[in-house]
Ligand binder design. Structure first.
Ligand code: SF4
Length: 301
């Protein structure tokens, strides 16, 4: 079965809004596992305005799938494995030294630095009064990939973790579809760290007040690639005003870090027509990561 047939089969299965769990039939993911993509040597590459090389916008045609090199975790296990960054950094070695910047510009002791930032907290805007929990972020401080959404929802506000509601479950399976384990391979956070009442969009003043915290997180984690979820996250981080339709399918740039934008998982839950472009964008992001050999640097299971 070729990739076109696989994609057609995928979309027929996903035709209804009520997505099955897991979101994607694992058998359809095998051709796209990280190992296979890393092996695909025919990736075409382009240069952006900064001269940095990236994978071309179109995903390569991938050869026959190998056996998955990772045993997929079930969704319940994935979610139960999530830990707030406070717990995560608490388990870091007690010998951790204070944050310092190396001569090559990299930051050492990332967990400790994130812990300091988390413990410091924030009450710089009025959302601190209405929030239940400060949703700092979760994942691996050493991860090569950061996933950035818009703002915590109600579920996230209750649990203090990003992306744990329905959209979060979908995000987990989307990441698994491109061979990323959300508890080990990525660090997930939002532009805003506090829940806007009524799930309204973040206000400009709130974003301007909160985004320095995100800048600091990026500075500490120093990801090699960033995936932005939705228009608001893209506008805030990239200082762009284009529609998501114009921003998606492109390799953008934030401080020399390649960035891609995809539809927010919550939008996919509301609009079935976004599923196809979202899946195509995920494949392109997978191609980008493979072209940078990021999969080869992930922690082995
Ligand atoms: S939304 Fe951001 S700036 Fe406002 S209180 Fe929360 S962390 Fe601080």
């Amino acid at each position: 079965m070729n990739s076109r047939e696989l994609l057609g089969r995928y979309f027929r299965q996903q035709a209804e809004l009520d997505m099955p769990d897991p979101f994607i039939d694992r058998s359809l993911l095998e051709p796209l596992t990280w190992k296979r993509v890393a092996e695909a040597s025919s990736l075409s590459r382009v240069r952006d305005a900064s001269g940095r090389q990236h994978a071309a916008a179109s995903a390569p045609t991938l050869p026959r799938p190998p056996e998955p090199s990772r045993k997929p975790m079930d969704l319940k296990s994935r979610l139960s494995s999530l830990r707030p960054v406070g717990d995560l950094v608490a388990s870091s070695p007690s010998t951790a030294e204070p944050l310092r910047r190396e001569s090559d510009g990299t930051v050492s002791n990332k967990r400790e630095a994130l812990k300091e930032l988390f413990v410091a907290g924030c009450a710089k805007c009025h959302l601190a009064q209405s929030r239940r929990k400060f949703v700092f972020g979760a994942g691996n401080a050493e991860a090569p990939v950061m996933i950035i959404g818009e703002a915590p929802g109600q579920d996230e506000d209750q649990q203090g973790l990003p992306f744990v509601g329905a959209a979060g479950k979908l995000l987990t399976t989307m990441l698994a579809a491109i061979g990323l384990d959300r508890s080990q391979d990525v660090f997930i956070t939002n532009i805003l760290k506090c829940h806007p009442p009524g799930n309204r969009n973040p206000e400009t003043a709130e974003i301007l007040t909160c985004i320095p915290l995100l800048y600091r997180q990026i500075d500490i984690i120093a990801p090699r690639a960033i995936l932005l979820l939705g228009r608001i996250a893209a506008h805030a981080l990239l200082d762009m005003t284009e529609s998501i339709a114009k921003m998606r399918s492109r390799v953008l740039n934030y401080n020399d870090i390649p960035v891609m934008v995809i539809y927010h998982p919550a939008a996919l839950l509301r609009n079935a027509q976004y599923k196809r472009p979202a899946w195509e964008d995920l494949q392109q992001f997978q191609t980008l990561l493979a072209s940078m050999d990021i999969y080869g640097s992930l922690p082995k299971k």
